[in-house]
Write a protein that binds this ligand. Structure first.
Ligand code: ZN
Length: 478
């Protein structure tokens, strides 16, 4: 087993990030530039994320389906903004089966076009609505600058595509999903997010408007964690999808689409990781607890292992994911370090001295705290501790975000903060695309979103001084 050294965050954040991924064996580079091999430890996190989200989608009436990877190129041309937005990054298949194809096939960068082409046959009447589908799949977007999990040429995601009779129904759906994304981020990834509306310049290509959740990473940069689009009637018009209303008229269908991707694993790493490696929130950890028995002599080994078997026997029924690391070729210290870099939330140490006191030692991954715990009722103690860890990871991330959030009314302060510790800059904006663009050119900061819950407040645009009614969030972003 190769020793992997992790660069300190303060030294080089971006190297720290790739070191953490290597140390925890989450992913590997692929032969094709920009692609990624997701290793079992990384995929296990994705599976946990899938389970949680999938449950929330199904609870709200959505069903899973699957649409093909290949899309006729002509489909993409049908929605003008959509093709303009995606054309530069699509991969196209021109040859197959040994000959040139009559019509080139696009490898899906997203599936609105093929899905709305299908919905034309499925939707005839208001009785067919709403149609609430989701699919779990891969998509390909030819990216020039890539980073493991955060931006890869091929990535995994879920994409929801719903059809509705009215604008209001579609709006309600877009917001319902935004709420699901927020709860998922906060309750599972322990990542506080800000819900808001994307600006015209930053919205999805082909959307009426886009909502996002935005999170702060450990270096003060923003990460768009999920998006929910109200597509209006744009795709229904492009693919001629109409329905008969209750009053007998024909109308175009309203649509939403929404997605959350494997970049959330990158978000998890950057939100909670430390100089020892990744820290996996308990609710997303397959191995939530690792038990490291400590012994020197064979008779100690037998006694310790017997106790381990005894106190872990209720773990399974309690739903605790655990591993017993009884490898004899490694020292306890080496094992502690090994599990720390893999981000296992809780470690249980137990040696001959602990047996005398009928106790174990619990070591928390999030803050390094060690404390004794009785072997009696240990399953419950472990469950409680995992909940405490889950909550304190969230609290710590929230405090970090608050500490790096600033109300800025002076443009000269902008760069000072961005070039320093970074963070979210809550500033007034007049609403003009020109001001947004100039700020982006001059500072590399974009408007992350217009927060939903931001209070109305009179002010002056940070760039041009024109009247503004609310603050928006500017930040540099991944
Ligand atoms: Zn302005």
């Amino acid at each position: 087993m190769a020793e992997s050294k992790i660069t300190k965050r303060s030294e080089d954040y971006s190297r720290w990030y790739t070191d953490v991924i290597a140390a925890a064996e989450l992913a590997d580079y692929a032969p094709v530039k920009g692609c990624m091999i997701i290793r079992p430890n990384g995929y296990a996190i994705w599976e946990k994320m899938q389970q949680a989200l999938d449950g929330m989608f199904k609870e709200t009436g959505h069903q899973n389906a699957y649409f093909p990877l290949f899309i006729p190129e002509s489909f993409l041309q049908k929605e003008a903004e959509h093709v303009e937005g995606f054309a530069p990054e699509v991969a196209v298949v021109t040859h197959a089966g040994g000959s040139k194809l009559e019509e080139p096939l696009v490898i899906r960068p997203t599936s609105e076009t093929i899905i709305w082409n299908t919905y034309r046959n499925w939707i005839q009447s208001y009785r067919d609505l709403p149609l609430l589908l989701n699919q779990w799949c891969n998509v390909v977007r030819w990216e020039m600058r890539t980073r493991l999990f955060l931006r890869t040429t091929e990535f995994l995601w879920q994409e929801g595509h719903t059809a509705h009779a009215t604008y209001e129904d579609a709006e309600e759906e877009a917001l319902r999903i935004l709420g699901i994304y927020r709860r998922f981020s906060e309750d599972y990834i322990a990542l506080p997010v800000i819900e808001g509306l994307k600006t015209e310049a930053e919205k999805f290509a082909g959307a009426h408007h886009t909502y996002s959740i935005e999170a702060m990473m450990g270096d003060g940069k923003a990460l768009q964690a999920g998006t929910s689009h109200h597509l209006g009637q744009n795709f229904a018009k492009a693919f001629d999808v109409t329905f008969q209303t209750e009053t007998g008229n024909r109308e175009h269908v309203y649509a939403t689409s929404w997605g959350l991707t494997t970049r959330m694993i990158g978000a998890l790493i950057m939100a909670h990781g430390d100089d020892s490696g990744i820290v996996i929130p308990p609710r997303l950890a397959t191995t939530q607890v690792v038990i490291v028995p400590i012994f020197r002599k064979p008779e100690e080994r037998d006694r310790v292992m017997q106790a381990v078997d005894h106190f872990t026997s209720p773990f399974k029924t309690a739903g605790i994911g655990f591993k017993i690391d009884a490898r004899e070729q490694y020292s306890p210290g080496w094992k502690f370090n090994d599990w720390e870099k893999r981000g296992v939330p809780l470690r249980i140490e137990v040696g001959p001295k602990d047996l005398e006191k009928n106790q174990v030692v619990l070591a928390r991954r999030d803050n390094g705290q060690k404390s004794p715990a009785s072997q009696e009722g240990l399953a419950q103690t472990v469950l409680n501790t995992l909940e405490t860890i889950q909550k304190s990871l969230f609290e710590r991330a929230r405090e970090f975000r608050e500490k790096h959030s600033y109300r800025i009314d002076d443009y000269s302060k902008f760069n000072e903060i961005l070039d320093g510790e970074g963070g979210f800059l809550w500033s007034h904006w007049c609403g003009s695309g020109e001001c947004e663009e100039r700020v982006k050119d001059e500072t590399k900061a974009t408007i992350r979103n217009i927060p939903m819950n931001a209070e109305r407040e009179e002010g002056k645009c940070i760039k041009c001084g024109a009247r503004s009614e609310r603050r928006v969030i500017f930040a540099r972003a991944y």
